[in-house]
Structures are given as structure tokens and as C-alpha cells.
Design a protein. Structure first.
Length: 163
């Protein structure tokens, strides 16, 4: 922005005899430099990746993005969750955006859920918007909710009674 201003200032000065006032914009530029320095504090980092040779037993929770290529036995919650073609997840997965290329055995909850042609899902899907590509394998029910991320207790079975 300053270079454009300076270029426009130089053009009229070249035609006129006033070449001395040109150094005056330099102090303005040094004062204006700190203004662009504060970046947005919430920057997206690269997604975490669990490789195909990795097996995780337990729950995974992140506010960022994650791509799973290995095996997870537990629940996974993330902002954006990508289940790779070689991945198997046995548990509930929850995310703002969920893309399934691999296998999921358990419930899927997401604002945007997409099952690609290579997806294999055995469980219920609770979503705000959904896309299921031709060739995807899905066994379960689909339910649309305005806020599928709220209150994870939808349709969970009660624990067996001891009587």
C-alpha cells in the first residue's frame, strides 16, 4: 500500500520542482509498520496425521483437524476429521466436517458428513448436511438435526440392569 502511494507521489514530483518533501513519507511508514504485525490469533495449523501402521486404543480429542489412516479403537472428536481409505475406527466420531474414505463401526455425528465411494460405515449418522457418493457402503440410520454436535446422548441404550 505504501509503495503505491509513493509511486503516485513521485509522479507529480517529477513534473514539478519539489523533490525535497519525498523523505517525509518515510517516518509515516515506520509508524504504520506495527499495525499489520498482530496476526489473527486463531490460525489453522496443518492437520495431525495418524499413519496406516499406527493403532490407537483410547479416545482422541482435538480442536484442530485430523486425518486418520490407521486403526482407532475409541471415540474421535475433531474440527475436521478425515478417515482415510486404509483407516478403521471402532467408536463414535464427531466433527464439524467429517469425510469418510475408510471404515467406521459406530456412530458418526457432524455438521457436514460425506461418505466417499470407498466408505464403509456400520452405524447411525446424525448430520446437518450429508453427501453419500455412489459406491459407499452404509448400514444404519440417518437422522438430520440442526445441531448434531450438541448432547451426544441421542438414542444411546441404557446400561443393562442387574435384575
Amino acid at each position: 500500500m505504501f509503495s503505491k502511494t509513493r509511486v503516485t507521489e513521485n509522479r507529480p514530483q517529477q513534473s514539478g520542482a519539489e523533490a525535497a518533501p519525498a523523505p517525509s513519507p518515510a517516518p509515516e511508514r515506520s509508524e504504520a509498520v506495527p499495525a499489520p504485525q498482530p496476526p489473527q490469533q486463531r490460525q489453522r495449523s496443518a492437520p495431525s496425521v495418524l499413519s496406516a501402521d499406527l493403532t490407537v486404543t483410547g479416545n482422541i480429542l482435538t480442536e484442530g483437524d485430523i486425518q486418520i489412516e490407521g486403526t482407532v479403537e475409541g471415540d474421535v472428536r475433531a474440527h475436521q476429521l478425515v478417515v482415510g481409505e486404509s483407516a478403521t475406527i471402532k467408536g463414535e466420531i464427531v466433527g464439524d466436517e467429517v469425510v469418510v474414505h475408510g471404515r467406521v463401526v459406530g456412530r458418526v455425528r457432524g455438521l457436514k458428513v460425506r461418505l466417499t465411494a470407498t466408505a464403509r460405515v456400520e452405524g447411525d449418522i446424525i448430520h446437518k448436511t450429508i453427501a453419500i457418493e455412489s459406491g459407499a457402503h452404509f448400514e444404519g440410520s440417518v437422522q438430520r438435526q440442526d445441531d448434531p454436535l450438541a448432547g451426544g446422548g441421542t438414542k444411546k441404550l441404557a446400561p443393562p440392569s442387574g435384575h
